[in-house]
Design a protein around this ligand. Structure first.
Ligand code: HEC
Ligand code: HEC
Length: 182
């Protein structure tokens, strides 16, 4: 039962991310009478697994609010929960590429992360253009970006126990939690 409540929370987060980013379906000219489905309908990321790390650790936020954790508590929470669950999420996109030791702290935090105190956003990731720009709209047709929008961002926000990005208030956890602003 707990799981279905959590599932709903994630689904809502996904919906709000979609609403925030998916807006107007591209607007390209079509010559056919039947309108093409909006690009966001073309690729649906694989479902969030319920076994493995997610089954064992639970798709829940931290017991203590993230903002109130000290550095060491954050580090342990990353090691014990965020990393194993996010690895499992990335594996739904590409099981081989993100297998085992291929997905440690580096994909999110970059090389020498420890020396840089795991500062986020990390500039080894490509800058993401403003969320309301045409450039963003164009790139959000790609499979990887849809995966980022519909899985990585909402699940990461959920695991941190922070609010997902809200297009109305322009507040909340978005791409810029990990990527620099472009
Ligand atoms: C899927 C991406 C992801 C992975 C993998 C990941 N982290 Fe993080 N980590 C984040 C994000 C996002 C934040 C920043 C959260 C915030 O404060 O907004 C963060 C923050 C941190 C912080 C706190 C930094 C600060 O400035 O207070 C530490 C410490 C940390 N991570 C350690 C680790 C370690 C150690 C690992 C590997 C075991 C790891 N992380 C793996 C995404 C990730
Ligand atoms: C929790 C951290 C996190 C968040 C939030 C996130 N990403 Fe990513 N993103 C990553 C990681 C890690 C990679 C690199 C994966 C790899 O190395 O294969 C990546 C890769 C990408 C890439 C490929 C280019 C590159 O930098 O490697 C694009 C484009 C991208 N993300 C776009 C986005 C967009 C757009 C959003 C918001 C909708 C977003 N990401 C949110 C972690 C994140």
């Amino acid at each position: 039962m707990g799981r279905s409540v959590i599932g709903t929370a994630i689904f809502c987060a996904v919906l709000s991310v979609l609403a925030a980013c998916g807006g107007q379906g591209g607007g390209s000219a079509t010559t056919t009478a039947t309108p093409a489905p909006p690009p966001s309908a073309e690729y649906v990321p694989p479902p969030i697994p319920t076994d493995g790390a997610i089954g064992q650790l639970g798709m829940t936020g931290p017991e203590k609010p993230w903002e109130t954790m000290n550095y060491e508590e954050k580090e342990w929470y990353m090691i014990g929960k965020v990393h194993p669950i996010m690895r499992q999420i990335f594996q739904t996109y590409n099981a081989t590429k993100y297998e085992g030791l291929n997905f440690e702290c580096t994909p999110c935090h970059g090389e020498n992360a420890k020396e840089k105190k795991y500062k986020m956003p990390s500039d080894h990731l490509s800058p993401v253009p403003p969320l309301d720009s045409q450039e963003f709209k164009d790139m959000s047709k790609s499979k990887l970006v849809k995966f980022m929008m519909e899985r990585v961002t909402p699940v990461q926000a959920h695991l941190l126990g922070v609010a997902p990005y809200d297009a109305n208030t322009k507040q909340g956890f978005s791409c810029y939690g990990c990527h620099p602003q472009g």
